[in-house]
Ligand binder design. Structure first.
Ligand code: GBH
Length: 459
């Protein structure tokens, strides 16, 4: 039996654009994902989040399913254009009402709400009028929006995430063009990343000044990072793996913990990496109350010889900036996304975070996998997901045994949903969704996770 601490939080996660649907209801404005998904060629099969799992209308049923699972916490995101249709000004009362009722429904079922303020659905008018995350002024817009949310929900919500995976917004949205707004650039990712960090810092500052003293919640940025293992024991490959991690997680976590970007990014990027003023450094430093980590996979890293293969390019993004060549061990099992299943990568990453950021409290705010699930005779057997979760939760247990302060774990995802550029072709959920009827069917992994929660650990 691998038992976890009594206070360990077992949860699951989802995000607004991926599950809500109701894209033109309730006074909601359009987001960059509405527009991107409606642009031919951007998503697999032209799929959009117009309807997706229709959670906007079915949230009560969904929360009841979460309660059946025994979830202690549910992490969701707020659609900014549902709250502010054009990203500025007075809140939309119907948007406030929707999230307010969702929160009340969760609390009624004893499920603790965790809210991410931004999971990629930027109001499209901020993109059109201001170039989105490329404009420094966006930090103020974001802080104003965040304050509306703290004001409306902070009496009942104690766990806040500012941005979900700014690495993805910057790199996939502005570097590789795979996510909205679909831009391809070698310099814009670093500019967008800079403003994402400043927006985070401004929102946290607002929370700490005006809300935290009486609402008594906690707030953090939510970063994603895949592990990078040196291909060989050579000093070059070890340095390459370290460099890759600093470009990945250090990019968005170093400023939050020490006030500036990793030195290696400054050296290699030169002018393309913007500088913080002293005042901004101060605002950033210490701007997370805990470390929120999303983790999915592992790749091998070696020093590149300047010729980057397409695999490394798509994975690392702008691979030549890092002088890192990525590859996979052919013996590793892969998920339906083609991502390597390497539980010890999570164990090592937790160790890296523990060392680099002075032993913060860590919540794993996303971990999970897509598998080619099928519904046969009304049931969905997903043994590979159970193996995946068992392996990764086991790695968390090992980290705890080594004295690393992991406080909670959230499975991505509660139910199948719109998987961004992959549309509905990838299933990450513990609950199967029949998109033709909207029917929800808990998979075997849901039962397995319910038992894990009940046992507070693995058998
Ligand atoms: C998360 O992002 C998102 O927060 C969530 O919305 C999404 O649905 C979920 O994960 C599943 O995709 O090409 O083998 O090197 C995931 C961030 C960054 C994780 C890129 C995998 C590349 C794997 N991803 N990373 S690989």
């Amino acid at each position: 039996m691998k038992t976890f601490p009594q206070s360990f939080v077992w949860g699951s996660a989802a995000s607004s654009y991926q599950i809500e649907g109701a894209w033109q209801e309730g006074g909601k404005g359009l987001s960059i994902w509405d527009v991107f998904a409606h642009t031919p060629g951007k998503t697999l099969g032209g799929h959009t989040g117009d309807v997706t799992t229709d959670h906007f209308h079915r949230y009560k049923e969904d929360v009841a399913l979460m309660a059946d699972l025994g979830l202690q916490a549910y992490r969701f995101s707020i659609s900014w254009p549902r709250i502010q249709p054009d990203g500025r000004g007075k809140p939309n009362p119907e948007g406030i009402r929707f999230y307010s009722e969702l929160i009340d429904t969760l609390l009624k079922h004893n499920i603790t709400p965790w809210i991410a303020l931004y999971h990629w659905d930027l109001p499209v008018s901020l993109q059109m009028e201001f170039d989105g995350w490329l404009n420094p002024g966006i930090a103020d817009f974001f802080a104003d929006y965040a304050a509306i949310c703290f004001e409306a929900f902070g009496d009942r919500v104690r766990n806040w995430l500012t941005l979900n995976e700014p690495w993805c917004s910057a790199m996939l949205g502005y570097g590789l063009g795979l996510h909205a707004p679909g831009r391809h650039s070698h310099s814009e990712p670093y500019l967008a990343g800079h403003h994402l960090l400043l927006a985070h810092a401004r929102a946290v500052d607002r929370y700490r000044r005006d809300f935290q003293p009486h609402q008594k919640g906690r707030i953090a940025i939510c970063n994603n990072c895949d592990w990078r293992e040196p291909l060989t024991g050579s000093p070059q490959d070890r340095a390459a793996a370290q460099r890759a991690l600093e470009f990945f997680l250090g990019w968005f976590a170093d400023p939050v913990y020490s006030g500036d970007y990793p030195a290696v990014m400054r050296q290699r990027l030169g002018e393309r990496l913007p500088c913080f003023t002293d005042q901004q450094r101060e605002l950033l430093k210490g701007s997370s109350d805990f470390f929120a980590l999303n983790h999915y996979t592992t790749m091998l890293a070696s020093q590149s010889n300047g010729q980057i293969t397409s695999e490394a390019y798509s994975n690392g993004g702008i691979g030549d900036d890092q002088l890192v060549q990525l590859s996979s061990d052919p013996t590793w099992v892969k998920t339906d996304m083609g991502w390597n299943v390497v539980p010890w990568g999570l164990r090592k990453l937790l160790g890296w975070i523990h060392e680099r950021y002075q032993a913060p409290e860590i919540f794993i705010t996303e971990n999970g996998c897509a598998m080619p699930d099928q519904c046969v005779g009304g049931t969905v057997a997903d043994p590979d997901r159970i193996t995946f979760l068992n392996g990764y939760i086991g790695a968390v247990h090992e980290a705890l045994a080594a004295g690393i302060d992991v406080k909670g774990y959230f499975v991505w995802s509660f139910m199948d949903n719109f998987e961004w550029a992959e549309g509905f072709s990838k299933r990450f959920g513990m609950t199967y969704v029949d998109y033709a009827t909207g029917q929800r069917i808990p998979k075997k992994s849901a039962q397995w996770y319910a038992n894990t929660i009940k046992n507070n650990g693995l058998k």
